[in-house]
Design a protein. Structure first.
Length: 433
């Protein structure tokens, strides 16, 4: 197999195959995330073609965000039982099928079914838990950095493709742009098929940073029911205070990023006379800054108290959101916002993953993080719908930005309420479940 040959070739150069896993996951997540961010470009064209309101389109995107998050803990259980490659391929096929079917949609319920329900489930089958699973299985050292790299791909992919998609939409229509997205998903599926493997033992290795000499034996087949594994983890984790603090802060993270900026910044810029392609370029600039900001966050999370990192990330994000309405949407003001906000876009993920692993143990960290990520997407869905409703009823998005900024300030204080030291009891409870 290609992976075994490549692993042997890399071993001769003292390079661990885990870094190939990171590279493949980074590229596939970059492409997959571009499909998640694409609907932000299509809001205005869909309004013009079908006469749908912002609230109606936002409702479909809100459904997608919520299902994307609610699938996360079940995705972790699916990954544990059926393997990374099988689940990732299935997810990409579901998303591609829904996108192709949406080329012929004519009713708003088509949008809600395909872009809301089906794509929400398909993208949620991997979500951020795929990266968290690879980080915890394949790495003992550099785990925070790995999470940072793979998280950067998710956020950056949602942003860097937007200028291209916006340009194609403006010149040829939204269906051509959507066709390109389907083609990129095909490339992503091929990479997953050829390169992705389940555990280091599949290629005769131990995790990166593990000083043992023999490959770890493959674990016994996981036959636990998917629902039981996911819901059992929720039952155990929800009895701890730290879970709810991480859940609440991640709810705010989703509300202040995916649900607000990713979906509504482009149409909000249009309200201020900024062309769609230029607004999409602004999001792309955020993606570039986010790429570096999230990787740096992963590096920092390996070295410093993750609670204080979250305090600064949420606090600075809140200040940037409160600043945006006063920027007058000038080139200088928007550029300053793009740089400042972009560095902080999704930098919260590496410290959140590390805190989850510290408190609940590496073996079930992906399941617990799946439920915490569900909070992220509930926040995203709430903000996506709330901001669209604000635009429909009040003819302005600004109240949504003020609310999101205030929530970020509150989240920064909640991060400090997380206990300083891991509580062994929490991990012990999960280990017995």
């Amino acid at each position: 197999m290609i992976s075994n040959w490549l692993s042997a070739a890399l071993a001769r150069r003292n390079i661990h195959y885990g870094w190939v896993m990171v590279g493949v996951t980074f590229l596939t997540a970059l492409i997959s995330a571009g499909t998640v961010g694409a609907p932000g470009v299509f809001i205005v064209p869909l309004q013009q073609e079908f006469g749908w309101t912002t609230a109606e389109i936002s409702s479909a995107l809100s459904i997608r965000f919520i299902l994307f998050g609610l699938m996360a803990p079940f995705a972790a259980a699916l990954l544990n039982r059926y393997g990374l490659r099988n689940v990732a391929l299935s997810a990409q096929m579901i998303v591609a099928a829904a996108l192709l079917a949406s080329l012929a949609m004519t009713q708003v319920w088509h949008l809600m079914l395909l872009w809301g329900v089906v794509i929400g489930i398909g993208t949620g089958m991997t979500a951020l838990v795929l990266g968290a699973t690879i980080a915890t299985r394949w790495f003992v050292a550099r785990r925070g950095l790995v999470v940072g790299i793979m998280t950067a791909s998710v956020a950056t992919g949602q942003l860097v493709f937007l200028p291209l998609l916006a340009s194609l939409t403006e010149r040829y229509g939204w269906r051509i742009a959507l066709g390109l997205v389907c083609g990129m998903l095909g490339v992503s599926a091929l990479l997953v098929l050829l390169m992705l493997r389940d555990r280091p033992s599949d290629v005769g290795l131990r995790p990166f940073g593990d000083t043992g000499t023999e490959p770890l034996p493959a674990p016994p087949p996981n036959t636990a029911p998917i629902m039981a594994a996911a819901l059992g983890t929720l039952r155990d984790a929800s009895s701890t205070r730290v879970f709810w603090l991480l859940f609440a802060t991640f709810f705010v993270c989703g509300a202040s990023t995916n649900g607000l900026i990713q979906v509504h910044l482009i149409p909000m810029c249009a309200d201020f006379g900024i062309p769609q392609v230029q607004a999409a370029s602004l999001l792309a600039a955020m993606g570039i800054f986010d790429f570096f900001g999230t990787i740096i966050s992963g590096w920092l999370s390996d070295r410093y108290d993750n609670r204080y990192l979250l305090f600064w990330y949420y606090g600075l994000r809140g200040l940037s959101l409160l600043f945006l309405p006063f920027s007058d949407f000038t080139f200088y003001g928007l550029s300053l916002f793009a740089m400042f906000y972009g560095l902080d876009w999704i930098a919260t993920v590496p410290p959140t993953v590390r805190l989850t692993a510290q408190r609940f143990g590496a073996e079930r960290a992906n399941l617990v993080f799946g439920w915490i990520f569900a909070g992220h997407q509930l926040g995203a869905g709430t903000a996506a719908f709330g901001a669209g409703l604000s635009r429909t009823l009040l003819a302005t998005y600004l109240p949504a930005f003020f609310v999101a900024g205030a929530l970020c300030i509150a989240a920064s204080l909640m991060a400090l309420a997380i206990s300083r030291q891991p509580k062994p009891a929490a991990a012990a409870v999960l280990a017995k479940a």
